[in-house]
Design a protein around this ligand. Structure first.
Ligand code: MG
Length: 228
């Protein structure tokens, strides 16, 4: 029987981005967005990067500029590429992430990442985190062949297919109760919820879900699942 593990990226394997408002501000400056359009541009960019469709940072910037009635710079592709690299510079892996993934790799347990966002940005975040070498497959909502956000079933179907496993032989680990945990549970995966420090744990956590506070506490249940 082949078993594998899926991990969410943001808030699970990666700690929250160090300076999201600063990154948006730098990106807006690079794109020539004047001060009076900043608030609108920020909302438009957040909407565009959260699109439930194929999206890159370049396409999201184009859509956000159009939303604000602003002209697209001729060097948009280069500026978006630089903004991706700049985003990656603010990415940090969770302190427990590399050791956990390394142990899974040593145990020959294949790993998939499930993450929402522009494909170029999320792939750069994974690369910059240093965790990419442990990962067999990365399912990004903004990729052309995905084009839907987690918790759409297609996301989990692609992940288990990449791991060559049955859904029940795969564990999903994530911090988002609806997208990561309920979504994976509906598709038949085993689930581990990283609840953080929230004390109001909802009563409708799917049956069988392991609840931990932090990724560091997920190592034991993950290894128990793989051994089971
Ligand atoms: Mg998350």
């Amino acid at each position: 029987m082949r078993r594998g593990v899926c991990f969410d990226l943001d808030g699970t394997l990666l700690v929250p981005h160090g300076d999201w408002p600063g990154w948006v501000s730098t990106t807006a400056t690079a794109l020539g967005v004047e001060a009076e359009a900043r608030v609108r541009f920020t909302s438009a960019l957040e909407r565009a990067t959260s699109s439930d469709a194929a999206v890159t940072l370049e396409s999201a910037c184009r859509d956000a500029l159009a939303d604000c009635g602003l002209r697209e710079p001729t060097a948009l592709a280069d500026l978006a590429r630089e903004a991706c690299l700049d985003y990656g510079r603010g990415v940090r892996a969770h302190p427990a992430a590399a050791a956990l993934l390394e142990r899974l790799a040593t145990a020959a347990a294949p790993i998939a990442i499930i993450t929402n966002g522009p494909v170029d940005m999320q792939m750069e975040a994974l690369r910059a985190s240093g965790l990419a070498p442990y990962v067999r497959a990365t399912i990004v909502s903004g990729a052309r062949d995905v084009a839907v956000r987690n918790p759409h079933p297609r996301v989990f179907w692609r992940a288990v297919t990449a791991l060559r496993a049955r859904p029940e032989d795969v564990l999903m680990v994530g911090d988002d109760l609806e997208a990561d945990v309920r979504g994976a549970h509906r598709f038949g995966l085993a689930t581990c919820w990283i609840a953080g420090d929230r004390v109001d744990r909802p009563s409708d956590v799917p049956v069988g879900t392991t609840v931990v506070s932090d990724l560091a506490d997920a190592a034991v249940p993950v290894e128990a699942f793989l051994a089971g």
